[in-house]
Design a protein. Structure first.
Length: 253
């Protein structure tokens, strides 16, 4: 799926909502229910693989079944494997095969710490995306990501500036957390034509309004991920997804 195609889907639906399927313990029946209730309001799903891995082979089977189910029922939805892998050589190649060949995800999250070697194998898949961690939403992101080098450039900016040379805007996007909305402006300065996957809205305190104000481009180029605030909502996943989608829709009108 190209950047243009993904933006067309977002603008047609008036939603850039990505629903995070992060539950413990994993239950295929529950996941199917959540997907059915939320699909009308979102354009993407993100599965955090840790929640599936914790259940051993049954969890991996559930992950494969989840991808197959969404592909069958809602083939236009964008599927993200939130795996945060980051290795090199044959190991990276096998990770790429796992998520792109065996399970047919559209994208996978990667840590860029080991450099281009840890990303290259994933970029061999022409119709797939790499999502690099750049500015994350957790509190201790400041331990490393804001550190400035000898020229005064924060590490997260250096990650983006360097990775921009690895692949075009149809192949590579960045994670930028909603919990530091003012810093999203800095991300946009160095990634003006890139998709951003933005976690941290909802339970972590980020807001749709601030994210859309600081990160949305005229084309769109944004996926707002919401996990717990939807799947654990007392009102139900469908009602919560509808509410978030409504908050988003006015920015596409």
């Amino acid at each position: 799926m190209t950047r243009q195609t993904l933006n067309q889907k977002i603008n047609l639906k008036g939603s850039c909502l990505c629903v995070g399927l992060d539950m413990a313990p994993v239950s295929f029946k529950s996941i199917c229910r959540i997907v059915e209730e939320t699909a009308p309001y979102c354009v993407a799903y993100k599965t955090n693989t840790a929640f599936f891995e914790a259940s051993g082979w049954e969890g991996w089977k559930c992950l494969e079944d989840t991808v197959s189910y969404i592909r069958t029922r809602f083939p236009d939805h964008f599927l993200i494997a939130d795996a945060k892998r980051g290795d090199i050589g044959n190991t990276a190649r096998e990770y790429a095969r796992t998520f792109f060949d065996r399970m047919d995800f559209d994208a996978v999250t990667l840590s860029p710490y080991m450099g281009f070697d840890s990303v290259a194998s994933f970029l061999e898949y022409k119709d797939k995306w790499v999502i690099l961690l750049a500015l994350t939403s957790n509190h201790s992101a400041s331990d490393f990501q804001f550190s400035e080098g000898t020229v005064g450039t924060p590490l997260f900016r250096k990650v983006i500036l360097t990775a921009n040379t690895w692949a075009g805007s149809d192949r590579l996007m960045y994670v930028a957390g909603a919990t530091r909305p003012q810093m999203l402006q800095q991300v946009r300065q160095v990634a003006p034509d890139r998709f951003l996957l933005i976690p941290g809205v909802g339970t972590q305190g980020g807001t749709v309004e601030e994210v859309m104000h600081h990160a949305k481009t005229t084309s769109g180029d944004i996926l707002i991920n919401v996990s717990r605030a939807i799947i654990q909502s007392e009102a139900g996943p469908g009602a919560a997804a509808k509410e978030f989608a409504g908050s988003i829709a006015r920015f596409f009108s």
